[in-house]
Structure formats: C-alpha cells, structure tokens
Design a protein around this ligand. Structure first.
Ligand code: SF4
Length: 152
C-alpha cells in the first residue's frame, strides 16, 4: 500500500483551497492501491485556512523540532496551530500503519508533508514536515513530489 498527500491525488485540500499539479505521480500510481490523506484536515483545520510557518525550528528538522516541543507552527495572525498539525500527523501515521503502507509520496515544502533532507529543492518552505518526521520515526520510506498549485 502507498500513502499519498491528498492534494497530489486530486483533492482540493490545500490551505488555499486548491489541489496540487503532479502528473508525474499519476504514472507512478497507475494500477496501484493507495491511500490519499491530508493530515491538516484530519487535525481539524479547514479549507481554506491561513498558511502556517515554523517558529524556532532548525532547517531540515522542522517537523522533528515541533514534535520535540522545541518549535511551533503559527499563522500570520499569531495563532498557534501546532496541536492540530501534530494530531493530524498522528492520525495519518496510525491509518498508514493499519493499512500496511510501505512507501509514501508527499507534497514538497509543506509544513506537514515536506521532505527535502538534503536541501536539493530550490523552492521556499520547510524541508521537513510534521507528518514526514513522524513517518520517518516509524521507518517508512518517503519520496518528495515537487508539485505547484493546480492552475486556477
Ligand atoms: S501538502 Fe499535505 S497537508 Fe498540505 S494540503 Fe497536501 S496533503 Fe494536506
């Protein structure tokens, strides 16, 4: 079983109400069973929602620092949404383990799904999301999918 960021699988669940454009992933997933989930929605956040940024996190270990209580995620108006992000990540990991997921394809530069351990992606945003950090703790393999927002 494969875990996929829901916005990569055609669901309009991004913070801006859009989906992500990832035709390269459709080829990979063809004829394979997959589970498409959005941790931020499962954590109780809405669509659309304000973007959230890490505060106090080290580059490349943002998600791990949040889980360790060394950092937080805040919206532009200063609301701390860390709990919602952590809760959503925990729910996705639990579902992935129940479903027997072995590999994950996650959206780049997301505070939940981002995965760029070697800093190779020139895009802006966190290199490690909260969900990513938790999936890595459980030994699941992750591939980053670089995907812009679906054109309006
Ligand atoms: S990147 Fe992850 S958290 Fe963000 S919309 Fe896509 S599935 Fe949801």
């Amino acid at each position: 079983m494969i875990l996929v960021s829901a916005c990569l699988a055609g669901q309009s669940v991004r913070y801006d109400g859009r989906k992500s454009h990832a035709p390269q992933l459709w080829e990979i997933l063809k004829d394979k069973p997959f589970l498409a989930l959005c941790p931020e929605l499962l954590g109780g956040l809405a669509v659309p929602r304000p973007p959230a940024r890490f505060e106090g996190a080290g580059e490349g270990q943002e998600g791990k620092d949040l889980l360790a209580g060394k950092a937080r995620l805040v919206t532009p108006d200063g609301q701390d949404v860390s709990r919602a992000f952590i809760k959503g990540a925990e729910l996705v990991v639990a579902a992935a383990l129940r479903a027997g997921v072995t590999h994950c394809y996650l959206k780049d530069r997301s505070p939940s799904c981002g995965f760029d351990p070697f800093g190779k992606n020139p895009g802006k945003g966190p290199r490690q999301g909260v969900l990513t950090a938790l999936l890595e703790e459980h030994g699941l393999e992750i591939t980053e999918i670089r995907a812009p927002a679906w054109p309006r």
